[in-house]
Design a protein around this ligand. Sequence first.
Ligand SMILES: *Cc1c(COP(=O)(O)O)cnc(C)c1O
Length: 377
Amino acid sequence: MKVPLLDLAAQYEAIREDLDAALAEVVASQRFILGPVVEACEKALARYVGRAHGVGVSSGTDALLVALMAEDIGPGDEVVTTPFSFFATAGAISRVGATPVFVDIDPTTFNIDPAQIEDRITARTRALLPVHLFGQMAEMAPIMEIARHRGLVVIEDAAQAIGARHDGQRAGAVGDYGCFSFYPTKNLGGYGDGGIVVTDDPERAQKLRALRVHGETNPYHHRFVGGNFRLDALQAAVIHAKLPHLDRWTDARIANAALYRSLLGDLAARQPDAPAASPAILTLPRTVTGRHVFNQFVVRAADRDRVRQRLTAAGIGTAVYYPLPLHLQECFAGLGYRPGDLPNAERAANEVLALPVFPELTTGQLRHVAQTLHSAV
Ligand SMILES: *Cc1c(COP(=O)(O)O)cnc(C)c1O
């Protein structure tokens, strides 16, 4: 039995007629850049997240970039973020010329540890950039408290967490900006690159709209230096057509995670309480917030690489998100971090393993993964 890490074909088959019609409509209109289809998608997404404005952009990376640009964050500024994320989180900070300041993660959730943020704030800190990793929201209450107290902007990297909730709040609807990605492997994936920034502030929304078209405010008149950060109409059509299905797909991810938990619980139960303290067995992901949307189902194993080999041999797709924390990336060597500086992130990098959790998995496939894990550990 083969169990891929992700199989997008099954999802397409289920909604093929809608998707093909939405794409055909754009092609028939021959309006590919911005326009009514993009606007309809932006409105639907903003409503879904619970924000006043949505500005479609070319990718999740550019969503982060344009939010930082909208705040004029640049050289001399610092942005506090997590070292355990996809590269874009820190890359966007560097791209505007600012300095990423990395704060270690909470080993239970893999998200930035709010208790360690205050120590890293300086006179140069301008923004906090928490990531809702794997689909579980970061602890936004203390993060917002620090931001309010210190007058900092909050930009949420919600690329992996569309639909996630905690304390009655939705991912992307808590900070000043929420940034999402429509990369095909995200829970709401396009047929190419795409993203969106959401905000409640009309002035910020207006600036974002200008920045994505080279800072143009009137035709050929540029108030800012922006870029070409537009969401195209074909992607918007796909996203808009998929959105009504998102909550159902997310429920299926959550159900798959729950089945893993019941099938793997005994492996996890054999270890002491401290996460990953055991040399041999498995740590399952813990949901400490309201709705974890499981963009990834990530377990920890001290002998991860061996476990992964066993799964590969059994036809099971896995991935390591992420094998090298951001503070130890070659391109950030100049920032002066050393191995051991952020031990929770470094340990996670050595132990994490993502298992298949996409909505269309069958119970048989999930059982096969669990059985293989049992024999592997
Ligand atoms: C996917 C992702 C991004 C970047 O999104 P793209 O659309 O691929 O540019 C940023 N941050 C996180 C946490 C992501 O998972």
